[in-house]
Design a protein around this ligand. Structure first.
Ligand code: GLN
Length: 208
């Protein structure tokens, strides 16, 4: 697809949907809400927002969109998960709820609320992969009860690690990854007005 303004959905079950819709629009997409399988079938890419991954997974089941989401991952629909969205895309979750389901597809192990044992929320300067961020990759990231990536499979590229954090145990942790058409960040670019991650994702949608 090489649509100038491709239709890109935001999974609108729970979480910071409006912020992602705004950022996708700014990044040149035609942004729409997705709740149901028919709506999912109509988009060329999908954002899974931040929020509560356990709640989102339960709602996805209730709205009968969990299996269609899994099928969409298998069909290589580009998806970008931020924070809870990263957890939803992960194949393995540590510190999850006992019955926590995910969409899966991204060969990573995430630890839920990984930073939260020390502090709920913080901002930090990151070096994002220059292929995504341009220049030296400097990026100001907002973390809110965020997961980190504890392990990645061989097909996964690491796009950012923590360089600065209130808890020294967080230093070096992986917070942005890509595997094929799946992109995920522990942090929330939709809250900072920095459009680079969304532009990168919309470019990925256009080129896939
Ligand atoms: N801690 C949340 C979860 O486990 C994620 C937080 C967020 O998305 N800001 O789902």
């Amino acid at each position: 697809m090489n649509d100038a303004a491709p239709p890109v959905g935001v999974l609108a079950l729970q979480g910071d949907v409006v912020e992602h819709l705004r950022m996708l629009t700014a990044a040149g997409a035609r942004a729409v809400r997705v709740r149901r399988a028919e709506e999912l079938a109509a988009v060329a890419g999908l954002v899974l927002p931040g929020g509560e991954s356990t709640t989102m997974a339960k709602l996805a089941r209730a709205f009968e969109v969990l299996e269609p989401l899994r099928a969409a991952v298998k069909a290589e629909l580009p998806m970008y998960g931020s924070c809870a969205g990263m957890i939803l895309l992960a194949d393995r979750v540590l510190d999850g709820a006992a019955d926590q389901e995910t969409v899966g597809g991204l060969d990573i192990t995430v630890r839920r609320n990984a930073f939260g044992r020390q502090i709920d929320s913080f901002e930090a300067d990151l070096a994002l992969d220059p292929g995504l961020a341009g220049g030296d990759g400097a990026f100001r990231a907002v973390f809110i009860r965020a997961p980190w990536v504890e392990e990645v499979g061989r097909r996964v590229s690491v796009l950012a690690r923590v360089r600065q954090a209130p808890d020294p145990g967080a230093l070096g942790r992986i917070v942005a990854v890509r595997q094929g058409n799946l992109l995920a960040t522990s942090f929330h670019p939709e809250l900072t007005g920095d459009e680079r991650v969304h532009r990168y994702f919309v470019d990925l949608v256009r080129s896939s």
